[in-house]
Design a protein around this ligand. Structure first.
Ligand SMILES: Cc1cc2nc3c(=O)[nH]c(=O)nc-3n(C[C@H](O)[C@H](O)[C@H](O)COP(=O)(O)O)c2cc1C
Length: 228
């Protein structure tokens, strides 16, 4: 399978979230070897969408001729997109949001009603694509935190999506926390294996991998202790 990782962390390989993503991919690769490419959104020259809709009319092209042309080709050449990013202000970091906005040429201006909502009709064929969101965050729990990002992802990619949100993710980059992060990464690897085998992660395992690694108050205390 061709997997494209869209890394939204400006920290690139040093991203806390990429620890989760790499473990998930490792698990997937244990089931069957995949062809994996990673794009660091921060490295790409991607102009903001101008909102002219030229790209959505008659198979049109974007007015910006920048790195997004290549990114779109990579997307269309993939079977699975993994959106790996840290939660920034309850959403995705700006460079990745700019990339998401610029996927507009894949859709046409035509709208269709699906259930009780509208969506644009595709003007390129990306129906085989599946989507995974892997999102880390700095707060100790997920409540009143990940909801906007999760809602956005589900609306953008209503079909074939899997969503993994992990709180306390700066711990993945703290070697002294390996006593809790190493077993967690093993469980995330198992999630990757399950996903590769069946296309889903079981509810029990999902609950396990998205829960805080240490008690919320303890995490907050540790963070607060390093602030001053
Ligand atoms: C601009 C900015 C906004 C952030 N907003 C949130 C937030 O809304 N909720 C949260 O829990 N953490 C927030 N964080 C913390 C990051 O999500 C956290 O540090 C994460 O582990 C960074 O992941 P990365 O290393 O993959 O980039 C924010 C960090 C930054 C720099």
């Amino acid at each position: 399978m061709k997997i494209l990782v869209l890394n939204g962390s400006p920290k690139k390989d040093n991203s806390d979230t990429m620890h989760i993503t790499r473990a998930f991919l490792e698990g997937m690769n244990e089931v069957a070897e995949n062809e994996i490419k990673t794009i660091n959104a921060i490295d790409k020259h991607i102009e903001y969408c101008s909102g002219c809709f030229a790209c959505m009319r008659n198979g049109g092209e974007c007015i910006h001729h920048d790195d997004m042309c290549g990114v779109l080709e990579e997307i269309l050449d993939s079977d699975l997109l993994i959106w790996s990013y840290p939660l920034y202000c309850y959403g995705m970091p700006a460079p990745l949001k700019a990339l998401l906005d610029r996927t507009l040429p894949l859709s046409s201006m035509a709208m269709q009603k699906v259930g009780d909502r509208y969506e644009h009709v595709g003007q390129r064929d990306f129906t085989r694509l599946r989507y995974v969101m892997i999102c880390g965050c700095g707060f100790p729990n997920s409540k009143h935190n990940f909801e906007p990002a999760v809602a956005q992802f589900k609306l953008c990619f209503p079909n074939d999506h899997t969503i993994i949100t992990v709180p306390e993710s700066p711990m993945f980059n703290a070697p002294e926390a390996s006593v809790v992060t190493a077993p967690r990464l093993e469980r995330i690897k198992e999630a990757g294996r399950q996903f590769a085998q069946s296309g889903v992660v079981s509810d029990d395992l999902m609950t396990e991998i998205t829960s805080p690694m240490i008690p919320e108050d303890q995490y907050a205390e540790i963070v607060n202790g390093t602030v001053n």
